[in-house]
Design a protein around this ligand. Structure first.
Ligand SMILES: C[S@@+](CC[C@H](N)C(=O)[O-])C[C@H]1O[C@@H](n2cnc3c(N)ncnc32)[C@H](O)[C@@H]1O
Length: 553
């Protein structure tokens, strides 16, 4: 079921997840052939839809086992990551179901309580866009079925459209289209598949139905049949709709611990959008799938906003025609994005797209004669809506950037402070050590030709107080100082760095040489060394370094 060549060319992490999924699917004994494709479809339906709808939508009444939890998880991960490369694999089938959550597909699933044949707990397909006559539900996936499927084995997913036609399996979204004696679609047969063609306009929220065929194995409970033959506009042919009760096969009882009340389509639609959102929220991306998942979501959302195609003109028309539908889409996108804490880039790029959307709206508004009054109002309010959201997003971004800047400033201040005053560790030393340290560190690190006239030499201990040797290179000076300091420190019995008295001889260009003496703490523990005058001088020097690290005059 998994193509080994494509597995090899994949990211190893993705491959690993897929291989796990493959193993798990094998463990539950799924393979691709005619009958098993039905099982597989059912597994996916169970793994994907049941957690979302909160009841068992499973249609495979003969099946004893169920999707193991770990397998469900894998499937959900794969769904989440939208990794749909391989034809005919489980992933493809999952993608079929994903159309239910892609508002652009024009349909979605909603709970259905109409049919006793499924214990009043089932699903139906409803329109999320306005469908016009003769449009084809082309993402509707009816696979041509193999002759080998015995009809009685699965009355649920198999249909025999007409004489001479092969039977068809109903997979993915198509498996939730209910039968009606007054349907709004008909089968449209193509060489390789059968699609649904719209035969009368379908409003948003309206159920999409088809007349299954002349033969199906349940007692019809569609609206038309419920109204009774005298009210129905449909002329029944003999043999249509019903068969004798002994052939009526009841489906596996659904786990109906949920009581579904009948809701109007608007509410159902809103609920479905919420489900869409829940779906994306439900799983955390595993780290190994994060990248592909995010880029897939990115594509998904772009597609969703309908702006990344070259046929802008066509889009503009659709946009005008489906303004209301677009408002729904934007609402869904808003929900989706507001919940997306996983990927900020995705959110930002989505808002960029939304900006483009506003441009489209603005272009439209500049030639309003093309639109009906209602459309213009809707469009304006939608553009305003998006604009507000973008502003909101922008202000959040600004706040974040400001915060980052502040953090950076604090960090840099801290760095400078540490550089001059030393870390907490060095600050624990005596004041004169600290000052000496800081001057020494600073001077050593900054010794450059410009500084030479100012600092001639810094050294430890009064005996080493010498004048400048101008011929000495800064490197030599540094290493000699290091040697001296090291020697001093090694002498310390405690092992902690110790600095004795420090003499600084400072050569000013326009003043006499000055010597500062910072005394070590006396053995008696008496803190001295820095008389106020020296203290002041030291501060002056330090400040000089702080302010003019490379300036000589
Ligand atoms: C392909 S499924 C359609 C989707 C189904 N409602 C679900 O939740 O999966 C076909 C099954 O739906 C039920 N069904 C569809 N249309 C029906 C109708 N007009 N009257 C009674 N039951 C119907 C039957 O149980 C039938 O076996």
């Amino acid at each position: 079921m998994f193509n080994s060549r494509s597995l090899h060319s994949m990211n190893p992490n993705v491959r690993q997840v897929k291989e796990t999924a493959k193993r798990q699917l094998h463990n539950v004994k799924i393979g691709i052939n005619d009958l098993k494709i039905l099982h597989l479809d059912d597994y996916i339906r169970e793994a994907l839809l049941d957690p979302i709808y909160g009841f068992s939508t499973s249609k495979w009444f003969l099946r004893k086992d169920s999707v193991p939890d770990n397998c469900k998880e894998e499937i959900t991960k794969l769904v989440k990551a939208h990794i749909f490369e391989e034809d005919g694999s489980v992933i493809r089938k999952v993608e079929n179901y994903m159309q239910l959550f892609d508002v652009k597909s024009g349909f979605t699933a909603a709970p259905c309580h109409q049919f006793s044949t499924e214990q009043h707990v089932g699903l139906k397909l409803i329109a999320t866009k306005k469908w016009e006559k003769d449009e084809i539900l082309n993402s509707h996936n009816f696979n041509v079925l193999f002759d080998t499927i015995p009809l009685h084995l699965n009355e649920y997913s198999v249909s025999k459209p007409s004489v001479g036609q092969k039977e068809h399996i109903w997979l993915g979204p198509s498996s939730i289209v209910n039968h009606s004696c007054e349907p709004n679609t008909v089968y449209e047969h193509y060489e390789k598949k059968t699609l649904l063609k719209v035969i009368k306009p379908i409003e948003i929220g309206e159920e999409i139905t088809v007349n299954y065929s002349r033969k199906y194995f349940f007692k019809c409970e569609c609206d038309t049949c419920k109204k009774g033959p005298e009210e129905s506009t449909v002329k029944r042919k003999r043999g249509d709709s019903t068969i004798s009760s002994k052939n009526l096969i009841m489906r596996k009882t659904r786990a109906s611990n949920t009581r579904w009340s009948q809701e109007d389509s608007d509410k159902e639609l809103a609920k479905t959008y919420a489900l869409y959102q829940k779906m994306f929220d439900s799983v955390d991306y595993p780290p190994e799938l994060k990248e592909s998942a995010e880029s897939a979501e990115h594509c998904f959302t772009q597609r969703f906003l309908m702006i990344e195609t070259p046929q802008m003109d066509q889009h503009l028309r659709t946009f005008a025609k489906e303004t209301k539908d677009m408002v729904h889409r934007v609402q869904v996108s808003r929900n989706l994005l507001s919940k997306d804490k996983l990927n900020e880039n995705l959110t930002i790029s989505c808002w960029k797209n939304a900006e483009k959307l506003i441009q489209i709206g603005t272009a439209f508004m500049s030639s309003p004669e093309k639109l009906e009054a209602n459309d213009v109002d809707d469009l304006k309010s939608m553009a305003k809506f998006i604009e507000d959201l973008i502003k909101h997003q922008e202000s959040l971004k600004e706040i974040r950037n400001r915060k980052l800047e502040e953090e950076e400033l604090i960090r840099r201040k801290e760095e400078v402070r540490e550089h001059f005053l030393g870390t907490e560790e060095t600050q624990k030393n005596s004041p004169q050590d600290r000052v000496a340290n800081l001057v020494m560190q600073r001077a050593i690190s900054q010794l450059s030709p410009q500084l030479r006239p100012i600092i001639t030499r810094i050294f430890d201990g009064p005996t080493q107080q010498t004048a400048v040797s101008n011929g000495e290179t800064s490197r030599k000076r540094k290493s000699s100082n290091r040697r001296k300091r090291t020697a001093k420190r090694e002498k310390s019995p405690t092992g902690t760095p110790e600095i004795s008295d420090v003499f600084l001889r400072i050569h000013y260009t326009n003043r006499p040489i000055q010597t500062l003496h910072v005394k070590k703490i006396g053995d008696d523990g008496q803190q001295n060394g820095l008389n106020s005058q020296n203290q002041q001088k030291l501060e002056e020097v330090v400040n000089f370094f702080l302010m003019n690290p490379t300036v000589t005059q």
